[in-house]
Design a protein around this ligand. Structure first.
Ligand code: BGC
Ligand code: CA
Length: 420
C-alpha cells in the first residue's frame, strides 16, 4: 500500500513538473493561418473554398476588393479615351483596337480585371460557361482569352462602340492571352514583353490602347513598345516604377492599397495569436494608437475575409503615390513587448519574381512586422509549384503562425495538410 502511495505521489510530481513545459505547445492545427493575395477559391468558378477559410477559428483571408478595383480600372480607361480622342485611332480605320495582357486565367483578381475592362469598353459578352445570358454586373462577363481577334470574330468578346468628341468608333479587343512562361509562372512580365513584340509585328498599326491586368506586365509592354509608339497603356497595382512612368506617358494604374493589406495580414495574425478582438488596431485603436480608417477596407464576417479598397492613380494625382513602399503613419506605431510578446511567423511569397509582391507588398510587410513584434521568416517560391514552397514548411512546430500566398488558389489543402 505504502509502495503504491509513493508511486502515485511520484507520478503526480512528474506530471506537475511536466505540465508547464507543455502548456505553451499549441498544436499546429490550432495556430493562426492567414491567407493573403490569392484567395482560397475554385480557379474555374471562383467559388470560395470555405474549408480553407474556416480551417480553424484563427483562419482569415486578407486581400482587396477585386470587383471594385476592376470596375475602377475600366472606368479609368474609358475616362482617358474620352478625354484624349485626338490621334487615338492611329491608323484611322475607325476602330479603337486594344490588346489585353491577362495575368492568370484562374486567379480571381485577374478574371475580375479582364471582365471590368471588357464591360467598360463595351466588348463584354455574357459568360456562357457560367450559364449567363445577360450582363448586369462584371461577374456576368466572359473572361476567356481570345488569342487573336483582329477580324472581330471571336465568340468571347464582341465589338463595342464609343463616341469621342462626337465621332463614333468601334472598340475591338484585337488580342488577349494569359502571360505564362514556359515553366508555368503566371502574371509573367517578360512574357508580356515578348508577346507585344509578336503582336506588334503582325498588327502593330491596329493597336491603339494596351490594357494589362497588372503593372508588371503593363510596364514590360510600355518599355518594350508602347512608350516609343505613344500608345496609351494601363496597368494595376501602382508599383513605384509604374507610377513614376506616368510622367513619361504610362496612362494609369490602380492602387490596391498594399500598405493596408500588408498591415492587415500581419495585424490579423497578431490579434489571432493574442486571442484579442480581431478588430484590434483595425477598427478599434490599439494601445499604441494604430487604427485603419473605415474608407480603406471592409470585413466580411461570414467568409472571414478582409478587403482593402482601391483607388485610381493617373496623371492627375500620381505624385502622391510615387513611393509605393512608404509606411502609413496611421498604423505604424510600435507595440510594447508586454502588450505583444515576440512571436515567430512563417510567411511565403508565391513567386520570387512577381513585381507587385516583391517590389510593393513585401517592403510593406517589412514596415509592419517590427512594430507588431512579429519575427517573420520570409520564404519565396518559384511561382510554379506549390511543393517548391510547402517543402520549406518542413517544421511547422517552430512557428506560432502561418501567412500563406498560394501558387494556385485551389491548392489550400497542400498547406493545411502540413498543419494537421
Ligand atoms: C496583383 C498582381 C500579382 C498577383 C499575384 C495581384 O493582386 O495585382 O500584380 O501578380 O496579385 O497573385
Ligand atoms: Ca485604329
Amino acid at each position: 500500500m505504502k509502495k503504491l502511495l509513493t508511486l502515485v505521489l511520484a507520478l503526480v510530481m512528474i506530471l506537475a513538473l511536466a505540465a508547464p513545459a507543455f502548456a505553451d505547445e499549441v498544436p499546429n492545427g490550432e495556430k493562426p493561418v492567414i491567407w493573403f493575395n490569392r484567395q482560397p477559391s475554385n480557379s474555374t468558378t471562383g467559388e470560395l473554398d470555405m474549408d480553407a477559410l474556416t480551417f480553424n477559428d484563427k483562419t482569415y483571408y486578407v486581400g482587396f476588393d477585386a470587383k471594385q478595383g476592376a470596375e475602377l480600372q475600366g472606368q479609368m480607361i474609358v475616362d482617358y479615351l474620352q478625354a484624349h480622342g485626338e490621334g487615338l485611332d492611329r491608323n484611322g480605320d475607325g476602330i479603337i483596337g486594344y490588346v489585353l495582357c491577362i495575368g492568370d486565367i484562374g486567379h480571381n483578381d485577374s478574371i475580375a480585371r479582364t471582365r471590368g475592362a471588357r464591360k467598360a469598353l463595351g466588348t463584354a459578352v455574357p459568360d456562357a460557361a457560367q450559364g449567363k445570358t445577360e450582363i448586369e454586373t462584371i461577374d456576368d462577363v466572359d473572361p476567356t482569352a481570345v488569342g487573336t481577334n483582329t477580324d472581330g470574330s471571336s465568340a468571347y468578346v464582341q465589338d463595342g462602340a464609343i463616341t469621342i468628341d462626337g465621332t463614333e468608333y468601334i472598340v475591338r479587343e484585337l488580342a488577349s492571352q494569359e502571360m505564362k512562361n514556359n515553366s508555368g509562372a503566371t502574371w509573367d512580365a517578360p512574357t508580356a514583353g515578348t508577346t507585344i513584340g509578336t503582336w506588334s509585328a503582325s498588327f502593330g498599326d491596329q493597336i491603339d490602347v494596351v490594357v494589362s491586368n497588372n503593372d508588371g506586365m503593363g510596364m514590360a509592354v510600355f518599355n518594350a513598345w508602347s512608350k516609343d509608339n505613344n500608345v496609351p497603356t494601363f496597368g494595376y497595382d501602382a508599383n513605384s516604377d509604374a507610377v513614376a512612368a506616368i510622367a513619361d506617358g504610362y496612362c494609369g494604374t490602380i492602387s490596391q492599397n498594399a500598405d493596408v493589406q500588408a498591415y492587415l495580414t500581419l495585424r490579423v495574425m497578431r490579434n489571432a495569436l493574442d486571442d484579442a478582438d480581431i478588430m484590434t488596431g483595425i477598427s478599434i485603436p490599439d494601445a499604441a494608437g494604430n487604427v485603419l480608417s473605415e474608407d480603406l477596407f471592409y470585413y466580411d464576417e461570414d467568409t472571414r475575409c478582409f478587403y482593402a479598397l482601391n483607388g485610381a492613380v493617373t496623371a492627375d494625382n500620381y505624385e502622391s503615390f510615387l513611393d509605393a513602399t512608404a509606411p502609413n503613419a496611421a498604423f505604424n506605431n510600435q507595440l510594447t513587448e508586454e502588450d505583444a510578446p515576440v512571436k515567430k511567423v512563417w510567411l511565403d511569397i508565391f513567386n520570387s519574381t512577381d513585381n507587385f509582391l516583391n517590389a510593393t507588398y513585401l517592403p510593406q510587410l517589412e514596415n509592419y512586422d517590427g512594430i507588431l513584434n512579429l519575427d517573420v521568416e520570409y520564404i519565396k517560391g518559384d511561382g510554379q509549384t506549390e511543393a517548391n514552397i510547402t517543402d520549406r514548411l518542413a517544421n511547422p512546430s517552430e512557428y506560432d503562425g502561418f501567412a500563406i500566398n498560394m501558387v494556385k488558389t485551389d491548392n489550400a489543402a497542400s498547406y493545411t495538410s502540413k498543419l494537421q
